[in-house]
Design a protein around this ligand. Structure first.
Ligand SMILES: [Fe+2]
Length: 248
């Protein structure tokens, strides 16, 4: 397998590998196996199933916020992306991962909506109902302690990246090009896979700090949302993301 194809396959695995019964395959247009890149990435793109109930993350994220976020906001990114690539043979032939990786060469509409689709699909997978959250793997725990000093120090630094992001965007834990964990943030619907990202790498954790992710319950208190959000994290899935990112 060529290196580019291998990277594409690993990226797809990173955002589609599910933990137990938690999540339907990302970007699935049918019930195709999660490992099939081709089954997920051709336009038209579709809204992936959330994999849990809208009230499963309550009290951190309320059901109405989850329903609007998934069925309206994420759907809007999918719909707009499909409209943008429809009728454009060059764009329609690219996978979502390829659209994201080359975002700097695309229109703002494609960049924003491809990012919005990728980011939200990733986001739904790294949260879970209480019974499905698991624990960080020993490897991930050791890396976090090595880089940040402790899990609490890591969360504090991640939350700061989220609160410091002016306006709308995302906070990320990534594996960078040196295979090291790093915290970064991106504006709007950009992400660290994009060629336009200031700090590039493979996402392990990403938190949506757009107001639509928290405003109904937390109003303007983004810091409260960030602090509470850790109680929703699917550490089993996050640990898988870390292992896959290291293997790239
Ligand atoms: Fe969002």
């Amino acid at each position: 397998m060529q290196r580019s194809r291998l990277k594409t396959a690993l990226l797809a695995l990173a955002i589609s590998a599910s933990a137990g019964t938690f999540m339907a395959p990302a970007f699935a247009q049918t019930a195709a196996p999660a490992a099939s890149t081709e089954a997920r990435t051709s336009a038209p793109f579709t809204l992936p199933e959330l994999g849990y109930a809208y009230d499963a993350l309550d009290p951190v994220i309320d059901a109405q916020t989850m329903e609007l976020h998934h069925s309206k906001h994420h759907q809007a990114y999918v719909t707009a992306l499909n409209t943008a690539v429809e009728g454009d043979a060059q764009l329609a032939g690219l996978s979502l991962e390829e659209l994201v990786a080359t975002a700097g060469q695309r229109s703002a509409t494609v960049r924003n909506n491809a990012g919005g689709h990728w980011n939200h699909t990733f986001f739904w997978q790294i949260m879970a109902p209480e019974a499905g959250r698991g624990e960080p793997s020993p490897e991930l725990s050791a890396a976090i302690t090595s880089v940040f000093g402790s899990m609490d120090a890591f969360k504090e630094a991640f939350n700061k990246a989220g609160t410091d992001r002016f306006g709308s965007g995302w906070a990320w834990l990534i594996v960078d090009e040196n295979k090291q964990l790093a915290i970064t943030s991106t504006p709007n619907q950009d992400n660290p896979l994009m060629d336009v990202a200031d700090t590039r790498g493979t996402p392990v954790i990403g938190n949506d700090v757009w107001e639509h992710a928290y405003y109904l319950k937390h109003n303007n208190r983004r810091a409260d949302y960030l602090k509470g959000w850790w109680d929703t994290v699917n550490w089993t899935k996050v640990s898988e993301n870390y292992a896959i990112a290291l293997a790239k």
